[in-house]
Design a binder for this molecule. Sequence first.
Ligand code: PEP
Length: 248
Amino acid sequence: MGQAITRLVIGNWKMHGKLATNQALLEALAAGSMSLSGQCHLGVCVPFPYLAQAQAQLQGSALSWGAQDVSAHLGGAYTGEVAAPMLADFGAQWVLVGHSERRAMHGEDSALVASKAQAALNAGITPVVCIGETLEQHDAGHTDAVIADQLAPVLALGPQALAKMVFAYEPVWAIGTGQSATPDQAQAVHATIRERLAAFDAADRPILYGGSVKADNAAGLLSMPDINGALVGGASLLAEEFLRIAAA
Ligand code: PEP
């Protein structure tokens, strides 16, 4: 690796939140993120209805915000969908695309994930492209093949698009299970992702690890050379725990 990539830690609130509790959490995170600046950038991906709250509360702070999904379409008759320019209206800097929960529960395939990534880029939002294998695929030794398949349509968007993306390796078997990948396991997959990105001049893109990251396992994971940060679910709802991950 050439120049160092600034650590990026993003919280995925999933379908959690309430105006009153969000306010306290955002307040604590915004305050805590000030002492991190330079060493780590911190962001939160909130449910759509709370984007306005995040924008109002975080404007001018060191904590950035974004969403957890986006439509591949620019606008039109797509009931229930949210378009990238709408996210941009609320100052979203990030949007998760291809989270395993969307792939599994909403049938999103990698071609759709790539279209969503492009839609986000078109609106000036950084897509965080999530990839990762299931336990069955892991146990069968298919991790590399799964990663290659999931990445293929995204890589096909080309170096110009890739240059503005963030990637997150999230083994499905580690998400919400309390069973994180070991630093060595994660590093091995991150290195292969990095190699694939390098073929498209995108070796310098941040590759986050996600899957049961907690304050007590973050340092080991984040010390690995190809792990540039974390995508954090459950632990991002606890201000102190999330800030400890960022500072690990
Ligand atoms: C996630 O939702 O992306 C995630 C990694 O969840 P958790 O940290 O709870 O495993």
